[in-house]
Ligand binder design. Structure first.
Ligand SMILES: [Ca+2]
Length: 282
């Protein structure tokens, strides 16, 4: 009996020792931290981005170290809450995610691409000009420039602005414009309209900007958002976005109808309707 008890006791001690040794091994295992962040993120201009959103730091035992995470960037500004000051122009931000806690360290790089052909449309919009061309009075304020060889005849037909265009040999003439609209610096504007052409391959240039009253020169103020459009024989609705770089009091729409690249010597009758200029407020 004593022998059995002794064996049991020894077995128990041995098991305890093995158990303690296992605990010791587990305690000695060094946590390895992983920063769980996408290596690349794409957003449009005027979307917000927070460097901490959705990012976690864990070790192999799923212990959370997220509270020790820091993020820095050499080329983009991050505010104290983690929001990035997104510039309006196309670019990228480089972020360095780091965690340092109790001698443990991890680093992860991440790139935010800010790229979009246009911003999203916010809830707060303001229609600043609108033309439905339902009667002759809506031609008022639209000016034409014919250049040396082109011509343009403006009228209203079936509720649309009708432009009978002889292309001529200039690229910027003939043209039609409407000026006197104030645009705000750093403002996003959306222009919608419908347009069709008697000739499928006719191309027009649609832009917003300002006439310098001193020089008589037209100056474009958008940043890479001017638009060359191929027209269709059916009415097509366009939504064109523009970003204005500086205040202009005498801004407006300009539509060039002449010898544009890939549209040389093409005469056409063009119908435009339902032009709406909207200021997008972010
Ligand atoms: Ca109309």
């Amino acid at each position: 009996m004593r022998k059995i008890l002794t064996i049991l006791l020894l077995s128990s001690i041995a098991l305890t020792l093995i158990s303690c040794k296992r605990d010791a091994v587990e305690e000695e295992e060094t946590p390895v931290l992983t920063i769980n962040v996408e290596s690349e993120t794409w957003i449009g201009t005027h979307e917000y981005f927070n460097v901490f959103e959705g990012v976690t730091v864990t070790d192999q035992s799923e212990i959370d170290y997220t509270e020790y995470l820091t993020v820095t960037s050499e080329n983009c500004e991050i505010d104290e809450d983690g929001y990035v000051n997104i510039p309006s122009i196309l670019m990228e931000c480089f972020f360095v995610y780091e965690v340092l806690h109790d001698g443990l360290f991890a680093r992860q790089l991440s790139t935010l691409w800010i790229a979009s052909t246009h911003p999203y449309i916010p809830a707060d919009i303001q229609v600043i000009n609108e033309w439905n061309f339902d009667d002759e009075s809506e031609i008022e304020g639209w000016n034409t420039h014919t250049g040396s060889t082109g011509s343009i005849d403006v009228s209203i037909e079936e509720g649309s602005l009708k432009l009978v265009v002889t292309s001529g040999t200039d690229s910027i003439d003939p043209r039609i414009d409407y000026m006197g609209i104030p645009f705000e610096e750093d403002g996003w504007y959306l222009i919608t309209f419908t347009v069709k052409s008697s000739t499928e391959t006719k191309k027009i240039f649609f832009d917003i900007g300002e006439f310098d009253l001193d020089t008589g020169e037209y100056q474009t103020y958008d940043r890479g958002y001017s638009h060359n459009l191929y027209l269709n024989e059916e009415m097509v609705t366009y939504n064109l976005f523009y970003f204005i770089q500086q205040d202009c009091n005498n801004g407006g729409i300009i539509i060039e109808l002449g010898d544009l690249m890939n549209s040389v010597g093409i005469d056409a009758t063009i119908w435009i309707d339902s032009i709406v200029i909207t200021h997008l407020k972010y």
